[in-house]
Design a protein around this ligand. Structure first.
Ligand code: C6P
Length: 415
């Protein structure tokens, strides 16, 4: 029997809000441990998107009739909620994109490639970034001659912070880092990294894809210049993401997409841009997605982000203790839950991670296996792949117990 959780979140009540968690997989209770890939959605979010389509579907910022005004009000209302959620000074600092990937590409293209960077200027990333925070900077290297440098990771999965002392120079123009690793779960000291970037006159671009869903973020306190996250990992719909930027950083960024809504005036052969954030939202946006994300933010706010984080710390701590007692099972990343989010990458001796995930699937347990779109990190740890369990608000200690029982089953198969 799992020990009862401290009452941080009312998990049974939360589970009841998620229609998918009521279904069975292979005749077993669904145990969803892949929220780092994408979270499940509560009925409040599902209803909000369907309500938009069934009651007030119209384009935004274009129509003066009632439906159009209603859609615009809800879409802009979502922007305000998201600004409040990350404590941005103004909703105008919130750009809707389709994902973290798009947000980071907007910055790499518009600030890096088309912005003020010169050949030989340096971009400092880290070895633990997701491919979305590697590849866009490769474009800046390939097309602008920027030089890429990386901070390495200690064996315990924390960043080698002392390397910033050597890597940050007057040539550094961009420092980029993930707030939380999608493999190791490491929560990085981003406030300190932003400060160091500013000391050499660089901007800091923060990937908050794995942080925004799980902990409270204060962009003013972090002092980040840009910060990116995705709606679908934080109970919201797929196809909606956010780019936060300081006004001066967004002003210095060229738009990636040209088209409707992002312009002030268009003449044959020339055009001028609309104000931020609309300058970055060319074309009809994902209106239902933005509205759904606004409702996801309401849901998380009601739970309280500090309670969300405390709950996940408890589940992760419990999992780490249980895993430590399993012979032949290895976990990666910090063991101290104060430095780690609810992401647990693991390997089992003599079992390929894909086989681990397949056997767990038979038990109704969803975990991800593979390189987790973090190949440079896997190379650093000399691992071809790992399995990965990741926890969210609807997971409890019983889910961890089921995972541990599933791992024992895997070990029996490969004994
Ligand atoms: N990581 C995972 O299973 P998108 O796909 O654009 O919503 O998010 C990209 C992304 C960027 N940064 C980090 C730290 C991420 O974890 C992700 C997405 C998922 O780990 C899917 S690969």
């Amino acid at each position: 029997m799992a020990k009862p959780a401290k009452v941080l979140l009312n998990v049974p009540a939360i589970k009841a809000d998620f229609p998918i968690l009521q279904r069975k997989v292979r005749d077993r209770r669904l145990i969803y441990l892949d929220s780092a890939a994408t979270s499940q959605k509560p009925k409040q979010v599902i209803d909000a998107t369907s309500d938009y389509y069934s009651r007030y579907n119209a384009n935004v910022h274009r129509a003066i009739y009632e439906l159009g005004e209603e859609a615009t009000r809800e879409y802009e209302g979502a922007r305000e909620k998201i600004a409040g959620f990350i404590r941005a000074k103004s909703p105008n600092q919130i750009v809707f994109t389709k994902s973290t990937t798009e947000s980071l590409n907007v910055v790499a293209y518009g600030y890096g490639l088309k912005g003020k960077l010169q050949s030989g200027d340096e971009i400092v990333g880290t070895v633990m970034e997701h491919h979305s925070n590697h590849v866009p900077w490769h474009f800046v290297k390939d097309h602008k001659g920027a030089v890429l440098k990386y901070v390495d990771v200690n064996d315990d999965g924390t960043l080698r912070m002392e390397q910033y002392d050597e890597l940050l120079t007057k040539r550094t123009k961009i420092v980029t880092v993930t707030l939380c690793s999608n493999v190791l779960g490491t929560i990085n000291p981003v406030k300190d990294i932003v400060k160091r970037a500013h000391e050499v006159g660089a901007v800091c671009v923060v990937d908050a894809a794995q942080a925004a869903p799980h902990m409270s973020i204060d962009v003013q306190d972090l002092d980040a210049d840009f910060l990116a996250f995705s709606g679908h990992k934080m109970l919201g719909p797929t196809g909606i993401g956010v780019l936060y930027g300081k006004p001066e950083a967004l002003d210095a960024t060229e738009p990636l997409l040209g088209g409707g809504e992002m312009i002030r005036e268009v003449h044959l052969g020339r055009a001028s841009w609309n104000d931020v954030p609309y300058r970055f939202e060319g074309g009809t946006p994902n209106i239902a997605g933005a509205i759904g994300l606004g409702v996801a933010v309401d849901y998380l706010t009601k739970l309280g982000m500090d309670a969300v984080r405390a709950h996940e710390m408890e589940v992760t701590q419990y999992a780490l203790e249980k895993f430590a007692r399993l012979d032949g099972v290895h976990t990666y990343g910090p063991k101290d839950v104060k430095k780690k989010a609810g992401v647990l990458a693991f390997t089992i001796d003599n079992a390929h991670p894909h086989d681990v995930a397949s056997i767990l699937d038979v038990e109704g347990i969803c975990v991800r296996s593979g390189h987790h779109c973090a190949q440079p990190l896997m190379e650093r740890f000399d691992l071809p792949a790992t399995a990965r369990a990741s926890f969210y608000v609807y997971n409890d200690l019983e889910d961890v117990d089921a995972l541990v029982a599933g791992i024992k089953r895997v070990q029996e198969v490969f004994a």
